[in-house]
Design a protein around this ligand. Structure first.
Ligand code: HEC
Ligand code: HEC
Ligand code: HEC
Ligand code: HEC
Ligand code: HEC
Ligand code: HEC
Length: 267
């Protein structure tokens, strides 16, 4: 009887992983990929999402806005508030899931500072050097649109909630999993004109993939390692374009927007 109760209680989490897998860290990947990825990785916004300043001090946020962090233990940071005080728990509770790699849901400790290869390429089979179809997002891996949406959406769908744990970030998500079995986003945001274009185009694109079987993904427009979005000019015009462009007139005139996000405390 007792066993049954435990079983029923844990059922809603059954689809989620109870533990995170082991993975190969970026340094090891870069040993072999020093010529293709090495030269551009240093400047990639994912790699600089958390940057070492000196000693135990780090910066969260690469380009426009920053927060100060201080290492307080394995996989833990304290974060400085605008009034100068240090908050010991907020980073782990509310930020780590999208700004660091492989956060353990029980301890909330992260495995790697910033966003490592694993966050997008998943658990990598080292035999991929002979057969590149074994690795997610490679040219030969037919990564589905839903899988791409899951990977990028695991951090870029700001404002979603993990059903299982109530976290404001995806819980024990591993690239290759279906994000949407646990992470719930409010798709009405795709039509919310008050949401800034950065977040809105993400919501709209992922909704199009999930609900309208669109084959246009983040990767139709973004070259992640090249840190550019030049490809987007060649995508067929659709509603997503209007998040940033006007309905008529030249595409050169882009709507202006300011990045604001309650999730990231950006006002
Ligand atoms: C583990 C979380 C995470 C995942 C997974 C992730 N991103 Fe990001 N991404 C971030 C964060 C955090 C930043 C912002 C870093 C900063 O500005 O400090 C960012 C920045 C970006 C930027 C802006 C880059 C720039 O140069 O300004 C683009 C574009 C982007 N991501 C696209 C993607 C795409 C496409 C995917 C899926 C293949 C993806 N991201 C997966 C967290 C993530
Ligand atoms: C934010 C997501 C993300 C992270 C983090 C990431 N990659 Fe990628 N990677 C991609 C995507 C997406 C592609 C597919 C190419 C494309 O469409 O831009 C890719 C392609 C590649 C390729 C194929 C070459 C190419 O440019 O097409 C290699 C090699 C690679 N990644 C290695 C790495 C290594 C090594 C790391 C860590 C140091 C890493 N990646 C981190 C998303 C990511
Ligand atoms: C022992 C060397 C080695 C290690 C370690 C290694 N790779 Fe590779 N990787 C290769 C070789 C060789 C290829 C095939 C040639 C190529 O496309 O660069 C490859 C191919 C890839 C591709 C596909 C490129 C394409 O054709 O689209 C990706 C993505 C990639 N590696 C990512 C990673 C990531 C992420 C890691 C770390 C988890 C990693 N690699 C670790 C050697 C390695
Ligand atoms: C139809 C093309 C298109 C699609 C699809 C698309 N993007 Fe974008 N995205 C862009 C363009 C263009 C920009 C503006 C780039 C610039 O400012 O240089 C942009 C900007 C961004 C930014 C930076 C926003 C900021 O705050 O400045 C991020 C992050 C981003 N995209 C992530 C994503 C993710 C994640 C996906 C998939 C869920 C995605 N995009 C899908 C075209 C697209
Ligand atoms: C997230 C915002 C965003 C979205 C969504 C977006 N664009 Fe853009 N677009 C930009 C920005 C910013 C520029 C200028 C810089 C650049 O090219 O990246 C631009 C530039 C362009 C240009 C070049 C204009 C010129 O004359 O220089 C074209 C063409 C274009 N976009 C087409 C599209 C199409 C088609 C779509 C929909 C499939 C789209 N864009 C969606 C932000 C966006
Ligand atoms: C659900 C995932 C998620 C959570 C949780 C999250 N962030 Fe972010 N954050 C992102 C993404 C994605 C970006 C990059 C978006 C872009 O470039 O448009 C980002 C960007 C930022 C930036 C850089 C902004 C800029 O424009 O330069 C800062 C600073 C930041 N976040 C702080 C925080 C803080 C502080 C917390 C916790 C209170 C937090 N974030 C929680 C996903 C998240």
């Amino acid at each position: 009887m007792r066993l049954l109760a435990v079983f029923v209680l844990t059922l809603p989490l059954a689809a989620q992983r109870s533990e995170l897998p082991e993975f190969v860290a970026g340094d090891q990947c870069l040993f072999c990929h020093r010529n293709d990825i090495g030269p551009v990785w240093g400047k990639n916004a994912h790699n600089t999402a958390v940057l070492l300043k000196e000693g135990e001090e780090f910066t969260l946020g690469a380009h426009r806005k920053q927060r100060n962090l201080k290492r307080t233990g394995y996989g833990r940071f304290a974060m400085q508030e605008p009034d100068g005080s240090w908050n010991q728990t907020k980073f782990a509770d509310r930020c780590a899931g999208c700004h660091t790699t492989a956060v353990n849901a029980d301890t909330k400790a992260f495995a790697e500072v910033a966003i490592d290869c694993y966050a997008c390429h998943g658990v990598v089979d080292l035999n991929h050097s002979n057969d590149t179809s074994l690795i997610l997002l490679s040219k030969k891996n037919k990564t589905s649109a839903r899988t791409v949406a899951s990977i990028c959406g695991s951090c870029h769908l700001r404002g979603g909630v993990s059903k299982g744990k109530g976290f404001r970030y995806a819980f024990h998500f591993v690239a290759g999993d279906d994000l949407f079995t646990d992470y719930q986003a409010d798709w009405k945001k795709a039509d919310d004109a008050s949401l800034h274009a950065g977040d809105r185009h993400v919501y709209r694109n992922i909704r199009d993939v999930l609900q309208n079987n669109s084959e246009v993904t983040c990767l139709s427009c973004h070259n992640v390692h090249g840190s550019n979005s030049q490809k987007h000019r060649r995508v067929l015009t659709s509603a997503v374009c209007l998040d940033c462009h006007n309905e008529t007139g030249p595409k050169k005139n882009v709507k202006r927007y300011r990045a604001v996000s309650a999730t990231c405390e950006l006002r």
